[in-house]
Design a protein around this ligand. Structure first.
Ligand code: SAH
Length: 254
């Protein structure tokens, strides 16, 4: 009997963000792999074995799941949000490329989920209404110099920027540097959104400006959206403001 591997996105938070496809893939699996806190989000099912791993063990986790599926298991490996966005799906592909031929022959599929950037954007309004890009601010997997170059290019090109992984316990100075750098390319009035633990307990949203952004606390559960020159804030009486980027741009900036 041949095994199967599903790489499943759990969405940003609790079970209401799970797609039906993700639910079905989780239900079909005899074994679940994933970072412990993500696995914790999946409702237990009898007969299903869980293999929680640490946060920084993506390659080892992908190899374990692939080996298990190659032995004939029905395996699901989970990611928060979407598994293809700074998450497990790419690790699984990398390990398939480097591993034994039977891994490449496996029945492997990737089940999408609502990525954090979309969840945060929906809370704030429509900041991603025009062209945007997503960057991880983590310099664990790429040089800081490359991050700086990409941030500057994205701001100059007029992209709204979604920043994943803004800080961690080991990465404390990078975010303030990023705001300083972006301040050289964008007005201080540019809207900035901090979305924390969106879709989970402790959800928080702060709308501020680039000039004020350094004063706002961010952590590993925060995603930051930095507007473009077009992004606006619509104030509303007694209601949260709406941050939006209009659908059209009519001129090419100088
Ligand atoms: N695959 C995930 C992203 C993994 S990178 C996805 O598609 O969402 C981890 C980063 O995602 C965190 O540092 C944070 O920036 C962001 N993130 C994940 N869940 C979040 C949530 N519920 N609210 C805000 N940001 C979140």
């Amino acid at each position: 009997m041949s095994g199967k591997l599903a790489v499943v996105g759990l969405g940003p938070g609790d079970a209401r963000y799970l797609t039906r496809e993700a639910l079905a893939a989780l239900d079909e699996a005899d074994a679940l792999y994933g970072y412990g806190p993500y696995l914790h989000r999946v409702a237990p099912r009898s007969g299903q074995v869980r293999h929680p791993t640490g946060n920084s063990e993506e390659g080892a986790r992908a190899r374990a799941a692939l080996a298990h599926a190659a032995r004939g298991g029905k395996v699901a490996i989970v990611s928060g949000g979407d598994p293809g966005v700074f998450a497990m799906a790419a690790s699984v592909c990398e390990e398939m490329a480097a591993g034994p031929p039977e891994w490449r022959a496996l029945d492997m599929r990737i089940v999408p989920g609502v990525t954090a950037m979309l969840a945060v954007a929906s809370r704030a309004g429509a900041p991603l209404g025009h062209d945007f890009c997503a960057l991880s601010l983590s310099d664990n997997l790429k040089p800081w110099e490359l991050i700086e170059r990409r941030l500057a290019a994205a701001a100059e090109a007029g992209f709204v920027i979604a920043l994943y992984n803004p800080v961690s316990q080991a990465r404390t100075w990078q975010l303030a540097h990023a705001f300083t750098l972006l301040g050289r390319h964008l007005p201080g009035t540019t809207p900035v959104i901090f979305g924390r633990a969106v879709g989970r307990a402790g959800e928080g949203l702060v709308v501020t400006t680039l000039a004020e952004a350094s004063a706002i606390a961010a952590d590993m559960a925060t995603l930051i959206i930095i507007g473009s020159r077009e992004t606006r804030v619509l104030a509303r009486d007694g209601k949260a403001p709406l941050v939006y980027t209009p659908r059209a741009v009519s001129s090419v900036p100088a």
